[in-house]
Design a protein around this ligand. Structure first.
Ligand code: FAD
Length: 463
């Protein structure tokens, strides 16, 4: 019998298994498809490998302002995908080695929860969900990390399009070896925007159709408006408040805000309307695990309503981000080990890895308004940083700080521009630790760095 069984080998599952194995527990990890889950194989990492190729291509093709002339710059999409696959293979190999080093037993197959008898949790593993041949494993505790999957809405033509390869999810779009002439992205959230930005840079005519009146989900609206204008200057077309009604025949039909039907040409269509937690078909009901609004309900230790059963990562629906899954995995394992730990979500960073990048943490003006939180605001161009000017020709970059006017500490930071993804952790630490503005002023930032923009913005605060 294992001390711990982990179901699902994505960031939540593999890190939980590594940490628990490293702490001396006997651990079984069950994974049905590929170690590394969505993040390593068809999510975070492959999308960033592609986006880096787009950035390099953009530098080569538009380097004149920097004094770099490279004639006939060309992007070889097949080579981009090949490199992406190398990166994925290397990372997945690294995770497998780490699991091995930590003594984790890995079983490849579909895991089904059978239930609990005399305090022992039982799971069956089979080659596929419905295969008859099964091996039963027993564990004292269970971490469920079954992740999420792309939502495919029942729009006419989508099913056929998925079958003939004209409609894609995040999985297939990362495998395209040819650049489509036209791409319609249905859903202007983070995944949709990253792919829209990639294909726009490498030569597709990209249209984004979004049902809401804004793109980028819960990101700060003021910065999102700047980001959208930046994309529009680069040639991406947006249709907001618009609902896709049909797909097929090389086009996408949608209802515009006035209710009129419009069509837009689409050699390929990316469906990126959101993701749903994987909670069905693997026996959750056999343990009586509570599922509400499509995700497993947990407390701030990752514990479900069933003693000894935890749920981490996308399946708990709190934040569908890999770094949330990592931290939740650690909290769950620490709790199992009897160490004091708990999740705090107020400083969860989010990043949109487009060019320019957008990164944010903490409250937005919109969440402050909704929660009745008072705030002071500082907003300055990223161009106040010398390094930013040295390295970027983008004039749209900005940083916005939201400050608690009573306690004089940072409650939100929103950045648009070069290196925002790398810098946001500094702001996250300040939000998490509730450090006073006067104390932040005493930090020494390396010069010249784009990170200095945080210091600049802090010194602009006159509250
Ligand atoms: P998953 O990664 O979904 O892993 C779950 C695993 O469980 C899967 O491998 C699955 O095969 C396995 N499984 C499920 N059921 C069973 C079963 N019954 N038996 C055995 N195995 C099972 N997040 C970020 O933080 N940064 C990013 O830049 C980012 N980019 C993204 C880009 C894209 C295109 C997508 C789609 C997602 C992106 N995400 C990003 C989100 C990130 O991928 C997820 O938050 C993360 O993968 C969640 O980890 P997880 O362990 O909860 O689940």
């Amino acid at each position: 019998m294992f001390d711990l069984i982990v179901l699902g080998g994505g960031p939540g599952g593999y890190l939980a298994a590594e940490r628990a194995g490293g702490a001396g527990l006997s651990v079984l990890l069950i994974e049905k498809q590929y170690i590394g889950g969505v993040c390593l194989n068809e999510g975070c990492v492959p999308s960033k490998a592609l986006l880096n190729s787009a950035k390099m291509y953009d530098h080569a093709a538009n380097g004149e302002k920097f004094g770099v002339i490279s004639e006939n710059a060309r992007l070889d999409q097949a080579a981009v995908v090949k490199r992406k696959n190398r990166v994925v293979k290397r990372l997945v190999g690294g995770v497998k080695n780490t699991l091995k080093k930590n003594g984790v037993e890995v079983v490849e197959g579909f895991g089904t929860i059978l239930g609990r008898e005399n305090g022992v949790i039982k799971l069956a593993v089979s080659a596929t969900a419905d295969a008859a041949e099964k091996t039963v494993y027993e564990g004292k505790q269970l971490i469920i990390a079954t992740g999420s999957e792309a939502i495919v809405p029942p729009i006419p033509g989508v099913k056929d399009g998925l079958a003939d390869g004209t409609v894609l999810t995040n999985r297939e779009i990362l495998e395209l070896t040819e650049i489509p002439e036209t791409l319609v992205v249905v859903g202007g959230g983070v995944i949709g925007l990253e792919m829209a930005a990639y294909y726009n840079t490498v030569g597709s005519k990209v249209t984004v159709i979004e049902m809401l009146d804004h793109i980028a989900g819960a990101a700060d609206r003021e910065l999102v408006t700047i980001l959208q204008k930046n994309f529009e200057k680069k040639g991406i077309t947006f249709h907001l408040n618009s609902q896709v009604t049909a797909v097929g025949g090389g086009q996408v039909s949608f209802k515009d805000p006035d209710g009129a039907e419009q069509q837009v040409p689409a050699a390929k269509v990316l469906m990126s309307v959101g993701r749903r937690a994987v909670t069905k078909g693997f026996g959750l009901e056999n343990l009586g695990v509570m599922v509400e609004r499509g995700h497993i309900v947990t407390d701030n230790h990752g514990l479900t309503n069933v003693p000894g059963v935890y749920a981490v990562g996308d399946v708990n629906g709190v934040w569908m981000l890999a770094h949330a899954a990592y931290r939740e995995a650690e909290v769950a394992v620490n709790t199992i080990l009897g160490k004091k730990d708990q999740m705090r979500y107020q400083a969860m960073p989010s990043v949109i890895y487009t060019n320019p990048e957008m990164a944010f943490v903490g409250e937005t003006e919109e969440t402050c308004a909704a929660k009745g939180i008072a705030y002071d605001k500082v907003m300055i161009p990223m161009g106040f940083s010398g390094r930013y000017l040295a390295e970027s020709e983008d004039t749209d970059g900005v940083i916005k700080l939201l400050i608690d006017p009573v306690h004089k500490c940072l409650i939100g930071c929103h950045m648009l521009g070069l290196y925002a993804s790398e810098i946001i952790i500094a702001a996250g630490m300040l939000v998490e630790t509730e450090m006073r503005i006067d104390d932040i002023k005493e930090f020494i930032f390396p010069h010249p760095t784009v990170a200095e923009i945080i210091r600049e913005a802090i010194f602009q605060y006159k509250g």
